[in-house]
Design a protein around this ligand. Structure first.
Ligand SMILES: Cc1cc2nc3c(=O)[nH]c(=O)nc-3n(C[C@H](O)[C@H](O)[C@H](O)COP(=O)(O)O)c2cc1C
Length: 365
C-alpha cells in the first residue's frame, strides 16, 4: 500500500493544482520528509559537463522556481536540482487558475508565464546554501516586458555565475509571447554568440567554468531542427535540454481541461519529446551532452529516454502523479535493468535505440 497514492495524492488532487504545489514546497521546506533512501552506486554516476552527477535523474525546471528547496530535492534522491526559470525582475505571471491536471492522461497543462520572485531573492537563497554541495543548475529566462530578451539571459549568467553549477537558457516556454522565436535561425545565432561571449568573459574573470545548456521545444519541425543543428555547429553550447512542454493535444482522454491554453507535460508528452530528442541527437552527433525530459514516470520510460540519446534525465510531472520517491525508484529500477541486461554503467544505455526513435514521424504541434 502506498501512502502517497492512497492518502496524500487524493488529498492533494482535491485542491487546486497550484495550491497543492505550494503545499508540497512547504512540506519539503520543513525538513527531511523522506527516509534517506538515496541510491549510491558507481554504475549510476555520470561524468558530464565537467561535473560528477551522483545519478542521472534531476528535477526539471518549474518545480522549484525560486530556489526554495534545492537541498530537499537532492535529499529525495535526485542527482541534481534545476531551479527557475528566473527572470531579472520579479513577475507575477498569468492570471490564476493557470495549472490544470489531466489525471486520466497523467498530464498537466500549465500557463504559469514565468511567475517568479526575480534574480535577487533566488541569488540570496543560493548563496546561503552554496557550501552544501550537490549539483544545482539555474534555469534563466527573460522578463515578459523586456526590451532585449537576450540581455536578460546575459544578466542571468552574470548574476548567478558564482552559485550555479550549470545554466539552462530556457527559450522554449510557450507561455511568454515571442520567447520561442529565439529558436529561429538568426535569433538563435545571436543568442548563442552573445551567451558564449558572456560565458567566456565571466570564466576569465572568475576562473570558474560554468556550462551553459539550451532548452528547446518539442514542437519543432524537421526543418527547424535542421536550422538549429546548423547554428549549434557554429556556436556550440555545452549541451541541450530536450524538451519543454508541448502545445500539441494529441490523443488526450480528459475532456475537462484538455482545451486549456498552455504547455502540456507528463505522459502525453513522452513520445513526442523522445522522438524529438532522437532526431536532434542524430543531427548533433554523439558528443554533445543532452538532458532528456518529458513524460518520464517509471524505470521503463527512463530507460527509453536514455536509449533514444539522452545522457542525463529530468522529470517534473511524473513526480506529481507517482510521488516524491520517484527518483529513488527509478534509480533502483535502472540498476535492476542493468543487472538483467549485463550493462556495467548507465552511460552504456545512451543512444542505443536512437535510430529507431528518430525514424518515427513527428505528430502535429
Ligand atoms: C507547472 C510547470 C511549470 C514549469 N515551469 C518551467 C519553467 O519555469 N522553466 C522551464 O524551463 N520549464 C518549465 N516547465 C517544464 C518542465 O521543466 C519540463 O520541461 C516539462 O514539464 C516536461 O517534463 P515532465 O513531463 O517530466 O513534466 C514547467 C512544467 C510545469 C508542469
Amino acid at each position: 500500500m502506498s501512502l502517497f497514492k492512497n492518502l496524500l495524492r487524493p488529498a492533494l488532487f482535491h485542491i487546486d493544482a497550484e495550491r497543492a504545489h505550494k503545499l508540497s514546497l512547504a512540506a519539503l521546506k520543513c525538513g527531511p520528509t523522506m527516509p534517506a533512501a538515496s541510491i549510491k552506486d558507481p554504475r549510476l554516476e555520470v561524468d558530464l559537463l565537467g561535473l560528477k552527477f551522483p545519478n542521472p535523474i534531476g528535477i526539471a525546471a518549474g518545480f522549484d522556481k525560486n530556489a526554495e528547496v534545492p537541498d530537499a530535492i537532492l535529499r529525495l534522491g535526485f542527482g541534481f536540482s534545476e531551479v527557475g526559470s528566473l527572470t531579472p525582475r520579479p513577475q507575477s505571471g498569468n492570471a490564476k487558475p493557470r495549472v490544470f491536471r489531466l489525471p486520466e492522461d497523467g498530464g498537466i497543462i500549465n500557463r504559469m508565464g514565468f511567475n517568479n520572485d526575480g534574480h535577487a531573492s533566488a541569488l540570496a537563497r543560493l548563496q546561503a546554501r552554496s557550501s552544501r554541495g550537490g549539483i544545482v543548475g539555474v534555469n534563466i529566462g527573460a522578463n515578459k516586458d523586456s526590451d532585449d530578451f537576450i540581455a536578460d539571459y546575459e544578466i542571468g549568467l552574470s548574476t548567478f555565475w558564482q552559485v550555479a553549477d550549470y545554466f539552462t537558457a530556457n527559450i522554449s516556454s510557450p507561455n511568454t509571447p515571442g520567447l520561442r522565436d529565439l529558436q529561429a535561425k538568426d535569433a538563435l545565432s545571436e543568442l548563442l554568440k552573445r551567451l558564449a561571449e558572456k560565458q567566456q568573459q565571466l570564466q576569465q574573470e572568475t576562473s570558474l567554468p560554468r556550462p551553459v545548456l539550451v532548452k528547446i521545444s518539442p514542437d519543432l519541425s524537421e526543418s527547424q531542427m535542421d536550422d538549429i543543428a546548423l547554428v549549434l555547429a557554429e556556436y556550440p553550447p555545452d549541451g541541450l535540454i530536450i524538451s519543454n512542454t508541448t502545445l500539441a493535444r494529441d490523443n488526450l482522454i480528459n475532456t475537462e481541461n484538455s482545451n486549456q491554453t498552455g504547455g502540456l507535460s507528463g505522459k502525453p508528452l513522452f513520445e513526442k519529446s523522445t522522438i524529438g530528442l532522437a532526431k536532434m541527437r542524430q543531427r548533433v552527433g554523439t558528443e554533445l551532452p543532452i538532458i532528456g525530459v518529458g513524460g518520464i514516470d517509471s524505470t521503463e520510460t527512463a530507460v527509453q529516454k536514455l536509449q533514444a540519446g539522452a545522457n542525463l534525465l529530468q522529470l517534473y510531472t511524473g513526480m506529481v502523479f507517482q510521488g516524491p520517491d520517484l527518483a529513488t525508484k527509478i534509480n533502483a529500477g535502472l540498476l535492476k535493468h542493468m543487472n538483467r541486461e549485463n550493462i556495467s554503467h548507465v552511460s552504456q544505455l545512451t543512444g542505443i535505440s536512437c535510430d529507431e526513435w528518430a525514424s518515427a514521424a513527428l505528430s502535429s504541434a
